[in-house]
Write a protein that binds this ligand. Structure first.
Ligand code: ADP
Ligand code: MG
Length: 321
């Protein structure tokens, strides 16, 4: 159903929602009179309380007014739900349920109470030690999505949420409103074998064209988190856009100059003009800034308590390269 047309990415409303969404009323399951948690272009997100569990559990419910959606917005909402239903990862927001009334769509998700990454940076830039676990989790989430053939396409500090208010809170990637399937998973491709051999290389390589755009967004997030400033500057907006088009970021900014050699190396690699030269999310996870292992030796840059649980197959063995 989901992978039939790689170019058009069409997921119908009914396929995405499932039959049950239409025949149950949200009022019977959730109290949605809670406070507003946030809002975006097409939706608002409110605090919802379950009526069917004891003690009542709290959720985030995205309320989408269907009457204001264009056809293509309807399509991307369907794709948002279909993708959320499919994805299970500690750093991606969990889908709980969906309800579909005549005019409104309700998307029930797990609740994050720690706020957006954006609001933690607004006060002041994070230190590298504070940012590292956040960026590591972001890379874990993106690596997982990309492995599944999903690109997010709207990664930014307001779509990264903290599960709770603690300083070492888990983070979750939210807002799959622009996300797309870009690849046919290996197990689904067999049924398209007859069709796929007629595809041009650019269609087959579709996925690889979209993933580096998410990586670019990760570069923006890393820079913004550590410098509390946008990496592309200029005398006016046209100048800023010109610099973006040339991948010319503000290396002379004092906050940037004060960063460690490791993270500057990572940022520089991510801001490659050639998308093919940007590291993948999996490669970012292996970067010395995140592993705490210097390429030249086995010296840890972080205290053992702060370092990640190392995957036995990866960083240590690659450290000598
Ligand atoms: P839009 O597609 O309109 O941008 P989002 O899915 O990004 O909608 O949600 C808008 C805002 O609502 C987010 O930036 C965030 O502040 C808040 N929000 C979204 N999902 C959750 C959640 N699961 N828990 C808590 N707040 C959330
Ligand atoms: Mg959003």
């Amino acid at each position: 159903i989901l992978f039939g047309d790689v170019e058009a990415q069409v997921v119908t409303w009914r396929q995405a929602l499932g039959v049950a969404a239409k025949f149950r009323r949200i009022e019977d399951y959730y109290d949605i009179s809670g406070t507003e948690l946030g809002s975006g272009a097409f939706a608002k997100v409110v605090l919802g309380t379950s009526k069917t569990s004891d003690p009542p559990a709290k959720y985030a419910i995205k309320i989408i007014d269907k009457t204001t959606l264009s056809n293509s917005e309807r399509e991307s909402t369907a794709s948002e739900i279909a993708i959320l239903k499919l994805v299970r990862h500690p750093n991606v927001i969990s889908f709980v349920d969906v309800f579909d009334s005549k005019s409104t769509l309700y998307l029930v998700m797990e609740l994050c109470t720690g706020g957006e990454l954006l609001s933690r940076i607004k006060q002041k830039a994070l230190t590298e030690d504070e940012a590292r676990p956040i960026i590591r989790q972001l890379a874990e989430g993106v690596a997982f999505l990309h492995e599944m053939g999903i690109v997010h396409r709207d990664l930014k500090p307001n779509n990264i949420l903290f599960v709770d208010k603690s300083i070492d809170s888990l983070i979750k990637i939210v807002d799959f409103g622009y996300s797309k399937y870009v690849a046919i998973p290996a197990d689904a491709s067999a049924s398209y074998a007859g069709t796929t051999k007629f595809w041009a290389p650019e269609i087959l390589n579709h996925a690889e064209h979209h993933k580096p755009a998410d990586i670019w967004s990760m570069g923006l997030i890393i820079f913004i988190t550590l410098c509390a400033a946008f990496p592309f500057v200029g005398k006016d907006e046209a100048d800023v856009l010109w610099n973006i088009s040339k991948a010319r970021f503000a290396t002379s900014m004092p906050q940037y100059k004060a960063l460690s050699r490791e993270v500057r190396d990572l940022i520089q690699k991510i801001f490659s003009l050639d998308p093919a030269k940007r590291p993948t999310a999996a490669q970012i996870l292996q970067h010395p800034w995140l592993t705490g292992i210097k390429p030249s030796g086995a010296t840890s840059l972080t205290s053992p308590l702060l370092s990640p649980v190392l995957n036995p197959s990866s960083p240590v063995l690659q450290a000598s390269r």
